[in-house]
Design a protein around this ligand. Structure first.
Ligand code: 13P
Ligand code: SF4
Length: 350
């Protein structure tokens, strides 16, 4: 990697206009599911959903996936409209990679605590204090922070991408300190970490996991790397949402303890109905939950309204979009070795 990967320090931060969340009344007699299917066809729209969405939204989606797979789908779709059922940074990625499409997010207030923890001003100061470092940012950040970064990663491709950075190069990692610490451990790289956390994964306590393991001694534990180091140390598998799903499908245990948002269990139960999945209960921090409160803002009704009214939609000023596209395109190029989900895997494509 050359120093040409370092972006100019004065990256653009101007955003386009944003729209308020749709709150138009809905006729209670409407069959929302039938209406969503009709509008999707009429508008040539594709519905992309993250695994943390409510089961009924996942079941309506054309494609259900993790952050990397959803980014790839958004970059390659030939639909005119992308309805992104996830959180705002994910819909922003869709707009950055597919600027000619209309990108709808059913609830524009669907944020992310990791994004909130890393504002562009302090992040720029962090970068400026480490001018020789490569800035690797987790995709859970704003378009402005992406524009100030050299490479974006997701939990699926982060390890593979870090291993491609030449050994002598020092690395800054933002905004998730748990994922950063996990990556530093598995790759042996010295990484300077931004101190952000996910309010959902941070709430999983080691003692809760210990209790569940004592109750279910034969269970296998699969956790997302945003969880605390002690939870990861007690897990049999650590990986992205897609990799957790693939792990429970390919291994033979009867019971699994799941260290991520319980929305993922919807796909597990559909694809392995004979197995039992127990989410770790969140007990610590401001969230103390195992369901992302931001993801939960999207509902079937808001999905219908978004398609009906074609709003709220993502807009980004072109200089910002272009600056944020560079590290995202680097990510896609550097993760070419990571295959898309197999036909039999979780994604449902209609
Ligand atoms: P994935 O990249 O595994 O989909 O995770 C996204 C996320 O927001 C986890 O909290
Ligand atoms: Fe952000 Fe955590 Fe929600 Fe994922 S689960 S979107 S990291 S707040």
């Amino acid at each position: 990697m050359s120093d040409s990967l370092l972006v100019p320090s004065a990256s653009p931060t101007a955003r386009g206009p944003s729209q308020p969340t749709v709150r138009a009344p809905v006729d209670p007699r409407l069959d929302l599911v039938a209406e969503i299917h009709r509008l999707r066809r009429e508008r040539n729209a594709v519905i992309l959903a993250h695994y943390y969405q409510a089961g009924e939204i996942q079941d309506l989606a054309d494609f259900v996936g993790d952050s990397l797979d959803l980014s790839r789908k958004a970059a390659s779709t030939d639909a005119d409209v992308i309805v992104f059922c996830g959180v705002k940074f994910m819909a922003e990625v869709a707009k950055i990679l597919s600027p000619s499409k209309t990108v709808l997010l059913p609830d524009m207030a669907a944020g992310c605590s990791l994004e909130d923890s890393c504002k562009p001003g302090p992040f720029k100061a962090f970068r400026d204090a480490h001018p020789d470092h490569v800035a690797v940012s987790y995709i859970n950040c704003s378009a402005e922070v992406k524009a100030l970064s050299d490479i974006i990663v997701t939990s699926s491709n982060a390890e593979a991408i870090i291993r491609q950075i030449p050994a002598g190069k020092q690395i800054l990692f933002a905004p998730d300190r748990n994922l950063g610490a996990y990556l530093a451990k598995v790759t042996g790289r010295d990484m300077t970490l931004w101190p952000g956390t996910c309010i959902v994964h941070e709430s999983f306590a080691e003692r809760e996991l210990a209790k569940l393991k004592a109750r279910h001694p034969k269970a296998l534990v699969a956790s997302h790397p945003e969880s605390a180091p002690a939870v990861l140390a007690g897990s049999d598998h650590v990986g992205s949402t897609r990799s957790i799903l693939e792990y429970v499908l390919k291994t033979e245990a009867e019971t699994y303890i799941i260290g991520t948002d319980a929305g993922l269990i919807h796909q597990m139960q559909k694809q392995a109905p004979h197995k039992r999945f127990i989410p770790i209960a969140g007990t610590e921090g401001p969230c103390a939950c195992n369901a992302c409160p931001f993801m939960a803002l999207n509902t079937v009704e808001k999905l219908y309204l978004a398609l009906r009214d074609m709003t709220p939609h993502l807009e980004l000023a072109e200089p910002l979009r272009q600056a944020a596209a560079l590290p995202l395109e680097r990510m896609l190029a550097m993760s070419a070795s990571i295959p898309a989900p197999a036909e039999s895997a979780p994604a449902t494509v209609r």
